[in-house]
Design a protein around this ligand. Structure first.
Ligand code: GLY
Length: 334
């Protein structure tokens, strides 16, 4: 078992990575917690034992469940059961479960401890680490939320073997991102070490910039185009697949702007290919629409804004000329 930490002073918390990490749960539940609520989805199918009396709350699958209505349902059932501020919430699942249960934990009784048992690759290397919680509104994704750090995270690599292949592949897109954020040759490492290396990279960024005043935005590498493709909504792309296309696009854009050479672009293409991820836009993708959507990115306060690689590694660059964006989009056409 690999043990890491997200170093945040008195809110520092451990992250256990390895096969069977879920069995550490009872040992990381805060000592003051007499009872626990376990929040999960029927499709997750991972049993946990918090080592104390507990109630299990099952939320629905699908993005519709990432809503204020689900948070209200959870908080009301916790109140009926008598969950107190010194008890604990345990979220067992992927990013949707940890985001929703984490947000409910952040607001229930103005904040109750939460432990994450992360069961997807995407969750383990991203959503479960760093304290971003939240839900969607009809007006957009993740528009309501809170920074609420968990008190421990368990990344059980054993359960990754049971993921549908496309879900695992989606996680690999997020993993590919870390190659360019200081991760180097992650594909040379065994799975546990690869997950742990990504957790460590993210933990370091979060420790330096918990509330995304600057450096944390680098974790959005490849995400500007990815979010636009996802928001456009009619492309058959999972999040990590969209990030993979976004990484290659970002490399082409950095090359167009003279920030990196063609070898570095090839390196992006090689890493994405290593994980068998797409490197081109879906057929018929509409450049005008994607440019409008990229202009609405949360980072975009001064025109089109991207995280772009360069001589000193990735950094936030704005404003980026629309013609350069158009030519980079053409470079990733199938
Ligand atoms: N998923 C990006 C972040 O946690 O900042």
């Amino acid at each position: 078992m690999i043990e890491l930490a997200v170093p945040l002073g008195e809110r520092t918390y451990p992250v256990f990575v390895g096969a069977g990490a879920r069995h550490e749960l009872a040992s990381v539940v805060p000592p003051a917690a007499a009872r626990a609520v376990v929040v999960t989805q029927a499709s997750v199918g991972v049993d946990v034992d918090p080592g104390c009396e507990h109630l299990t709350c099952v939320i629905d699958d699908g993005e519709q469940a990432k809503s204020l209505a689900t948070v209200e349902d959870l908080c009301r059932s916790w109140a009926r059961w008598g969950l107190t501020r010194s008890d604990v919430v345990v979220a067992v699942g992927g990013g949707l479960v940890t985001d929703v249960a984490g947000f409910a934990a952040a607001v229930y009784h103005r904040g109750v401890s939460v432990v994450y048992v992360s069961t997807t690759l995407l969750g383990q290397i991203d959503a479960a680490i760093g304290g971003k919680t939240g839900v969607n509104l009809p007006e957009g994704k993740n528009l309501v939320g809170a920074f609420w750090q968990p008190s421990a995270v368990l990344c059980d690599t054993e359960v990754l073997a049971t993921l549908p292949p496309r879900e695992l592949r989606s996680g690999l897109g997020e993993l590919a991102k870390y190659h360019f954020l200081g991760g180097g040759d992650l594909d040379a490492l065994p799975l546990d070490e690869r997950v742990a290396a990504c957790v460590q990279l993210k933990a370091d960024v979060v420790a330096a910039d918990e509330r995304e005043g600057g450096r944390r935005a680098l974790l959005n590498y490849g995400h500007t185009l990815a979010h636009a493709l996802e928001t456009a909504g009619r492309y058959d792309l999972r999040h990590g697949e969209a990030v993979a296309v976004g990484l290659v696009f970002a490399a082409e854009l950095a090359h167009t702007l003279g920030r990196i050479d063609s070898d570095r672009v090839e390196e992006h293409r090689r890493v994405v290919a290593t994980y068998d991820l797409p490197a081109t836009l879906p057929p018929g993708a509409d450049a005008d629409e994607l440019i409008v959507l990229m202009g609405r990115d949360k980072k975009a306060t001064d025109g089109l804004t991207f995280v772009l690689d360069g001589p000193h590694g990735p950094e936030v660059v704005a404003p980026v000329d629309e013609s350069a964006v158009r030519s980079a989009l053409e470079a990733v056409r199938p």
